[in-house]
Design a protein around this ligand. Structure first.
Ligand SMILES: *Cc1c(COP(=O)(O)O)cnc(C)c1O
Length: 376
């Protein structure tokens, strides 16, 4: 079955009890047992819940994965994944990683004795091997990165990491499985904040991990129930409903983003536009090779920090807010908002950077709104 069909049907057979077409929200914490240990596969909802099972099967299928595990947030998924490691282990991470992941690495795990090396997307794509040692357990990638939209050559990074036996995790939140499938490029684990494009409607917080490796999956299932960062049935259902329209939403996100990137390129008040779909973008060739299309995120540099801060407060349709990936367009200044936690890092984002999460409204309306905000 093709992607669009799997998004709507995998894990979502009509309810055997009633014939309900839509997977029910199994709002229950426990399940009756006929005798001790004799039940229908469910005993306690932290361990498993049928609505969550449907979501896990569907998302795993979309990532081309044998196994999927859902979490209460993207960071809940990341924390659980980090429990595959122990103090003393070494992690190599792309340096313009999601701000919350950077905060977790630098302020939670580093003080506990985990070692981190942060490299640029360019260094990871072309020279990862020289930064790996026998203690390197994990290589943490994002592509495109947030918010600078740099591209990592996932296949090249996976080859280098596997040579020293390190696991490769790709945070695929920006691309979504519709645009990029990291496991097919050699990654071992895919991570999502389902809060973003997978949910797609800015109404739920969730996370997800997918893998093809049976042993990794078994350990992740153990950690999922042992650490307990699980999504509730209603949150699972919201993400499940969101992914049904993922393919059509992503097509429109990409179409609008491309139109907005080329509009911004023509604007004299804009210093520089960062969009992987532009042939001038340094990661364009990698993006074209490993992605179906270039995504719905566009960043650009305003003339100064003051201009950036003023501009993001002037738009009408574009709402000033953190987060991304919903149907509505959002605008933000990463240095003061999503990436404030990287302020003291050597790779702090430029203060004049503006990040757009391009929604699926009319492109003409979105461009007109930006045009009048830029003109003021
Ligand atoms: C939002 C986000 C996360 C964190 O996910 P939460 O659901 O907010 O915990 C991780 N990675 C990326 C790329 C994100 O955009």
């Amino acid at each position: 079955m093709e992607f669009e069909t799997r998004a709507i049907h995998v894990g979502q057979e009509p309810d055997p009890a009633t014939g309900a077409v839509t997977t029910p929200i199994y709002q229950t914490s426990t399940f009756v047992q006929e005798a001790v240990g004799v039940h229908k596969g469910y005993d306690y909802a932290r361990v498993a819940n049928p609505t969550r099972t449907a979501l896990q099967e569907c998302l795993a299928s979309l990532e081309g994965a044998a196994h999927g595990h859902a979490f209460s947030s993207g960071l809940g998924a990341a924390t659980t994944l980090m429990h595959l490691l122990s103090p003393g282990d070494h992690v190599v991470s792309v340096n313009d990683v999601y701000g919350g992941i950077y905060r977790m690495f630098s302020q939670v795990y580093e003080p506990k004795g985990y070692r981190f090396t942060f490299l640029s997307a360019q260094e990871i794509s072309s020279g990862l091997a020289e930064h790996l040692d026998e203690k390197t357990r994990l290589v943490w990638l994002e592509s495109p990165t947030n918010p600078l939209l740099n591209l990592v050559d996932i296949r090249a990074a996976a080859e280098a990491a596997h040579a020293v036996g390190a696991l490769v995790v790709v945070d695929n939140t920006f691309a979504t499985p519709y645009l990029q499938q990291p496991l097919s490029l050699g990654a071992d684990v895919v991570l999502h904040s389902t809060t973003k494009y997978l949910g797609g409607h800015s109404d739920v917080v969730g996370g997800f991990l997918a893998t093809n490796d049976d042993a990794t999956s078994e350990r992740l299932a153990f950690l999922q129930k042992s650490l307990g960062a699980v999504p509730g049935p209603f949150d699972s259902w919201l993400v499940l409903r969101g992914v049904k329209t993922l393919a059509v939403r992503m097509e429109k996100h990409c179409e609008n983003a491309a139109a907005i990137a080329s509009f911004l390129e023509r604007e004299t008040r804009v210093e520089r536009v960062l969009y992987p779909g532009l042939p001038t973008h340094p990661g364009h060739t990698i993006a074209a090779a490993q992605m179906r299309n270039f995504g719905g995120m566009v960043s650009f540099l305003a003339g100064s920090e003051e201009e950036a801060v003023a501009l993001v407060a002037r738009t009408q349709i574009w709402k000033l807010a953190e987060s991304l990936g919903g149907v509505e367009s959002l605008i933000e200044q990463p240095a003061g908002m999503t990436h404030a936690s990287t302020a003291n890092a050597p790779f702090a984002v430029p203060p004049n950077l503006i990040r757009l999460s391009v929604g699926i409204e009319s492109a003409a309306d979105l461009i007109a709104d930006l045009e009048s905000a830029l003109a003021t």
